[in-house]
Design a protein around this ligand. Structure first.
Ligand code: FE
Length: 352
């Protein structure tokens, strides 16, 4: 290449950097370089390092405990079934939104790359629930259709899918103030509310089994899922904050109030779900402490978006942050370790 061609090439490359946006960016969505949204590449690499598959985890002890008449109480069995009833469809709802609403309108190739990784992880999670339901011999028809029958689950699903139909409209395009705000709100509905608030009462309940060495195979899968979901949420918050930087006009005072109120309403729905999950509390968890927990989680999400806290609640379950440290808890519980990662640390922001 002669010097002139090189100079032209570099000018073009610099121009491409300037045109790269999460939404409303360049037309060329297939050329990975120049990477501008480094957080997306980093999330993609971290996702690969955390790869796992459900059927590599033994369910033998879980099956014995589930069949035993003394290992688990009726209330504990209810928690497992209801949490699975929520999750069996929740990850599919998230995956559908990613593939059908989100991917099409994201113009950053590196963000799109992570969306593909995330979509696969949602499939792995649905696979994990199927594996647990099948291993324990639960009634598939009852569990997989629960989202239609239990109001506390239906209300959460309905809450986050509010904007989906408008974005699925074939005529929907980003590029206007109204549509860009709509798209941004949909990202908040899924990354912050669904994956960041609506998963956490169930995570706390399911991981509380692990603390008593009950259902170790199920709990181990939930640990992996929580780690993945925490990364999905952090990626989503990075992407949302990047859109705010690229199009600050979208982040109006009215929009900020709307989002704050929405996250507060989500916390109330999650609290109602937690009561449905544990009307009398389980494994030493007080049902009322879930109010503080969901409010604490909601506050953390608001801070992630750069908004002031709403509740000021303390975390009643500080042990949840230890649950994310898989190496420590695996050694403690002496379960089989499935590590695809050969080196380096599994690091992510603490979100619990
Ligand atoms: Fe997810």
């Amino acid at each position: 290449m002669n010097a002139n061609a090189n100079a032209n090439f570099n000018t073009l490359y610099a121009q491409q950097v300037n045109e790269r946006r999460v939404i409303n960016g360049q037309d060329d969505v297939v050329q990975l370089y120049p990477i501008v949204h480094q957080f997306a590449w980093d999330a993609y690499m971290a996702g690969n390092a955390n790869h796992w598959l459900p059927n590599e985890i033994s369910m033998q002890k879980d099956i014995e405990q589930w069949r035993s008449s003394t290992a688990l109480t009726d209330d504990e069995r209810h928690v497992v079934k209801l949490a699975l009833g929520f999750f069996t469809t929740a990850d599919s709802i998230v995956a559908n939104n990613l593939v059908l609403c989100c991917y099409k309108h994201v113009t950053s190739p590196e963000c799109r790359l992570y969306l593909l990784r995330q979509a696969y992880e949602e499939a792995i999670h649905t696979h994990a629930y199927q594996y647990i339901v099948e291993s324990l011999g639960l009634n598939e028809a009852e569990i997989f259709s629960m989202y239609k029958r239990i109001d506390a689950i239906y209300d959460k699903d309905n809450f986050v899918t509010e904007l989906v139909q408008q974005i699925l409209d074939p005529d929907f395009k980003t590029g206007t103030f109204e549509n860009d705000q709509l798209f941004l709100e949909n990202l908040i509905d899924f990354y912050v509310i669904m994956e960041g608030v609506f998963f956490y009462a169930s995570f706390a309940a399911m991981l509380s089994f692990r603390r008593r060495n009950l259902l170790p195979g199920t709990a181990e899968q939930f640990q992996y899922i929580m780690r993945d979901e925490s990364m999905h949420m952090n990626f989503g918050i990075d992407m949302i904050n990047q859109i705010k930087r690229e199009q600050p006009e979208l982040w109006t005072d009215i929009f900020q109030k709307r989002i704050t109120n929405k996250i507060a309403r989500a916390a109330a729905l999650e609290e109602a779900y937690a009561h449905e999950l544990m009307p009398r509390g389980i494994l030493g968890l007080n049902a009322d402490s879930f109010k503080d927990y969901t409010q604490y989680v909601a506050d953390r999400r608001l801070v992630g978006l750069g908004l002031p806290v709403k509740f000021g609640s303390q975390n009643p379950f500080p042990w949840m942050s230890e649950m994310i440290d898989l190496t420590k808890s695996k050694n403690f519980f002496e379960t089989r370790v499935t590590e695809y990662q050969t080196g380096g640390a599994l690091e992510w922001d603490e979100d619990f």
